[in-house]
Ligand binder design. Structure first.
Ligand SMILES: Cc1cc2nc3c(=O)[nH]c(=O)nc-3n(C[C@H](O)[C@H](O)[C@H](O)COP(=O)(O)O)c2cc1C
Length: 198
């Protein structure tokens, strides 16, 4: 039996230290927030989002990722048109963090960029901000341009960089509860051998 979190806030009788509690609260309460208040995010918080991205682990510590932090509403509005679905809400975000990487620097740049993205997403939650991942790699803007090409043109990205994702961030204008523990797919977890239960 795996004890993840009980209602009294303890992780289990042997795991009740503060750091673990805070981490589990954070990952439980992280949700994709797509509605934002028309309120700027303080520079101090933006700096912490950037720091989180830069703290992400990187294969062989090559660090192929680069980031464009967008707060200009006109640029955010253009980023919102990067693809026909699933990006429009970034126009109302206070901040958009565009996560790019140089595929020539590292064969596992996708993993590196993905981890940096999730660090930003979780850091936003920890700061009381709402955020949402916007997938760019492998997405099209229209029949002629990829979503990456649309963004690269607008942000004047150098040709060596590829956009993996954007994280839209702002003060939340919607609330979403944690996914219930019952929805966690423990049936997809095996021990020592595929198919083997604990
Ligand atoms: C790799 C990845 C790509 C995603 N792309 C988008 C996207 O382009 N637009 C969007 O609105 N949400 C996107 N999401 C958010 C998912 O839709 C969301 O995580 C999922 O519906 C579960 O909801 P939750 O994050 O609130 O738990 C993406 C999430 C991941 C992990």
């Amino acid at each position: 039996m795996l004890v993840v979190q009980s209602s009294n806030g303890f992780l289990g009788k042997d795991i009740n230290y503060k750091g673990a509690q805070m981490f589990h609260d954070l990952i439980k309460h992280r949700r994709s927030i797509r509605k934002y208040l028309p309120k700027p995010v303080e520079q101090e918080k933006i700096d912490l989002l950037i720091t989180a991205a830069l703290h992400a682990p990187s294969s062989r510590s090559i660090k192929p990722c680069e980031f464009v932090v967008v707060t200009d509403p006109l640029v955010l509005a253009d980023l919102a048109c990067a693809k026909p679905h699933g990006a429009i809400f970034i126009k109302d975000a206070a901040v958009g963090i565009v996560i790019c990487a140089d595929p020539h620097k590292c064969d596992v740049w996708i993993e590196d960029a993905t981890i940096a993205s999730i660090f930003v997403h979780l850091a936003a939650t920890s700061l009381g901000l709402g955020s949402c991942w916007i997938q760019i790699r492998k997405r099209d803007h229209d029949q002629n341009l990829t979503a990456h090409e649309h963004i690269a043109k607008r942000l004047n990205l150098p040709s060596n960089l590829v956009v993996e994702a954007m994280i839209a961030v702002g003060y939340p204008d919607e609330t979403k509860g944690a996914h219930p523990e019952e929805s966690l797919q423990f049936e997809k977890v095996f021990f020592n051998m595929y198919g083997q239960r604990q």
